[in-house]
Design a protein around this ligand. Structure first.
Ligand SMILES: Nc1ncnc2c1ncn2[C@@H]1O[C@H](COP(=O)(O)OP(=O)(O)OP(=O)(O)O)[C@@H](O)[C@H]1O
Length: 219
């Protein structure tokens, strides 16, 4: 589904922060991405989402080699990947409902086509009662779930989540984890970047571990 071969990354003229990364994200797989602060988890998520270009090596996404891909095809590939950023990136002037529906609106869909899907998804993440309020009045955990719902509304084949439990208490973190596992059972490949040990210990899942720029994979 997504394949890395000897991928390296440096920012500008700085040192190489990711070195010789080689791994494969399989369809319907579930994995944690972990490693100390500053080890490059967010950078790797950005490479997977194609919002950052590798400085060397090969990245194949859904069978397309990114170094030779026509740039106009990027949005089409990105639509198949959902991403939850560490800072949520919700639009404060739109309601929760509108934020979650936005990816479909941008893709040219009519509201009547997606209204019931958005409402159902918001209920699934426990925000059924909060859909008409603006993000500034949502709690950290509610914002997190709104960002997750927005990432899922396009039914992506891969979900990337960067520290999705960074702003929530342990019971909510467990609920979010259950949500990701449920999503994975429905067929989505899930990558959760985290250094939350308590979260990692709850599931016996594949681990991608970054340290000193290198990646070790524990199946
Ligand atoms: N835009 C950038 N320009 C230059 N250096 C950057 C940039 N973004 C990240 N870095 C550097 O790359 C390294 C990896 O950062 P990254 O944010 O990917 O790590 P992380 O594992 O996600 O960290 P954390 O767990 O603290 O969020 C760090 O040394 C960081 O300073």
């Amino acid at each position: 589904m997504i394949r890395f071969e000897n991928v390296g990354l440096r920012y500008g003229m700085g040192p190489e922060i990711l070195k010789d990364l080689s791994f494969h994200l399989e369809p319907q797989s579930f994995q944690f991405l972990t490693g100390p602060s500053g080890s490059g988890k967010t950078s790797l998520i950005r490479l997977l989402f194609m919002s950052l270009r590798q400085t060397r090596g090969l990245i194949q996404v859904f069978g397309h080699d990114l170094s030779t891909l026509d740039k106009q095809k990027l949005p089409m590939l990105r639509r198949r990947i959902g991403v939850v950023f560490q800072d949520f990136r919700l639009l404060d002037h739109l309601t929760t409902y509108e934020n979650v529906g936005l990816p479909l609106r941008v893709a040219g869909k009519e509201e009547s086509e997606y209204r019931s899907d958005v409402m159902e998804l918001l209920k699934w993440v426990g925000l059924g009662e909060r859909m008409h309020v603006m993000p500034p009045v949502l709690s950290g955990g509610e914002k997190q779930r709104a960002a997750i719902a927005r990432a899922l509304i396009t039914r992506p084949e891969v979900l990337l989540a960067d520290e999705p439990t960074g702003n929530v208490d342990p019971p909510l973190a467990r609920r979010l984890l259950r949500l990701f596992l449920e999503l994975n059972k429905l067929g989505t490949s899930v990558v959760i970047a985290t250094h939350d040990i308590a979260l990692l210990e709850q599931v016996d899942a594949r681990r991608l571990v970054l340290a000193d720029g290198r990646l070790s994979v524990f199946d």
